[in-house]
Design a binder for this molecule. Structure first.
Ligand SMILES: Cc1cc2nc3c(=O)[nH]c(=O)nc-3n(C[C@H](O)[C@H](O)[C@H](O)COP(=O)(O)OP(=O)(O)OC[C@H]3O[C@@H](n4cnc5c(N)ncnc54)[C@H](O)[C@@H]3O)c2cc1C
Length: 384
């Protein structure tokens, strides 16, 4: 990494998002975290700042910003409102996927997704497989000008609040990774049904399942060529891993700031508890962990901005940042003593959210497989 600083533009953006988050999001953030939806006016405010299309081309209404900028914005939002910080990623993912697809779909959908006028979710995971993505069973069979899709996608973020899904299905089950294709499927097509989970964290994102029962999808809704979806999906999304990392770290940094403030004030044995090294060293160690993990996350984004390989760094970020965040938030909860154990304070909710970050976009074990492949070569990975 050539330089460790942020540019002036990044700092201006950070300050802008920080004041927005404090003014517009902070007052109701805790209440919203318990809802099973994101109020439209709140999502619209995030969209109005340009964050839901930050890295997309200007002709679609995007900001053409660099990936570090998206990281900065995401981290600042996460310090105040986890759901708001996840939103930009959720919008940019389907837009990037659609950019492999027909121009007509891109022009119709991307500007709406960016403005939060349309919600499109993404479905890869199935009841029978998650980590082993090549084992998906959902099939799309060509029938004249249509594909007929059957199968079930599960664990889908915003499954029930979306109006459509980008679904990954097998068009040639014998062709392995080369037999997997992406389709845009509006929910109003006959045969699509959805159901919602009661989740531990990420509550406003209504994770759930989407089922396809003989759904006839016009050929024009195929996103990209047949057999390209696996590579398109895997190649494009290393940046989401840094976003998940920075979301988790934003929550950890907020917890640390609160714990330091509390430790300065809370008195035990006649002294502020910050004077006890059992407290201050623990939080100092946590600050060190956050600093190191942030550097890793931003390095992955910086490499991406410079067109350099970053798959390994993205995988490291994805598994390590949530791990760090869980430890830090837990320490901060304990620093608050019995008060920290109450729902009145945000620690329990942050812990619940960050457990979601551990799993979403691939578990720690899967990330370590990727790192192993990058370090040793793919012949040293025990499974593909
Ligand atoms: C909050 C959240 C949001 C999500 N959003 C979406 C979404 O929008 N769209 C979508 O398609 N999916 C989504 N997912 C699903 C997510 O991608 C999967 O949960 C993830 O890929 C893991 O798959 P699985 O849950 O089926 O676990 P499994 O693959 O069944 O794994 C179970 C356990 O076994 C371990 N394991 C599996 N294989 C190996 C191995 N070879 N070596 C070592 N350990 C192994 C895993 O690490 C894990 O601990 C989301 C998940 C969460 C939690």
């Amino acid at each position: 990494m050539a330089d460790f600083g942020f540019t002036e533009a990044h700092e201006i953006l950070r300050n802008e998002i920080r004041s927005f988050a404090r003014k517009e999001l902070a007052p109701e953030a805790k209440k919203r975290a318990k809802l099973n939806h994101i109020p439209r006016d709140v999502a619209k405010k995030v969209a109005a700042l340009g964050l839901t299309g930050m890295n997309l081309p200007a002709e679609y209404g995007g900001q053409q910003a660099d990936w570090v900028s998206l990281g900065v914005a995401t981290e600042e939002l996460a310090k105040v409102d986890m759901a708001a910080s996840i939103l930009p990623m959720c919008s940019i993912v389907p837009c990037l996927m659609l950019m492999d697809g027909p121009l007509a779909l891109q022009k119709e959908l991307i500007p709406k997704i960016i403005k939060y006028d349309k919600i499109v979710c993404f479905g890869l995971t199935e009841p029978g497989c998650g980590s082993d993505a090549l084992a998906i069973q959902t099939k799309a069979v060509r029938d004249g000008d249509y594909y007929i899709i059957n199968g079930e996608k599960t664990s889908i973020t915003r499954a029930t609040q979306a109006e459509a899904i980008l679904v990954i299905a097998k068009t040639d089950p014998k062709a392995g990774a080369k037999g997997i294709t992406c389709f845009y499927v509006p929910y109003d097509l006959p045969g699509v049904s959805t159901s919602r989970f009661e989740d531990t964290g990420w509550k406003p994102f209504e994770r759930g399942s989407v089922t396809f029962d003989n759904v006839r999808v016009p050929v024009e809704y195929r996103v990209g060529d047949e057999g390209r979806a696996f590579y398109n999906t895997m190649n494009k999304f290393d940046w989401t891993r840094s976003m998940l990392g920075l979301q988790a770290l934003g929550a950890a940094q907020a917890s640390l700031d609160e714990a330091i403030a509390y430790a300065r004030e809370r008195v035990a044995f006649g002294q502020p508890i910050a004077k006890f090294e059992g407290v201050s060293f623990k939080l100092s160690h946590d600050a060190t962990l956050i600093t190191a993990a942030r550097l890793l996350a931003y390095k992955a984004l910086w490499l991406r901005d410079h067109g350099l390989p970053h798959t390994k760094e993205a995988a490291m970020t994805k598994y390590w940042c949530p791990e760090v965040a869980l430890r830090v938030i837990h320490d901060c909860l304990l620093t608050h003593g019995h008060n920290g154990f109450s729902e009145e304070l945000p620690f329990e909710q942050r812990l619940r959210d960050v457990i979601g970050h551990e799993m979403g976009d691939g578990s720690a074990e899967v990330q370590k497989t990727i790192i192993t492949r990058e370090l040793f070569g793919k012949e040293y990975v025990a499974y593909s």
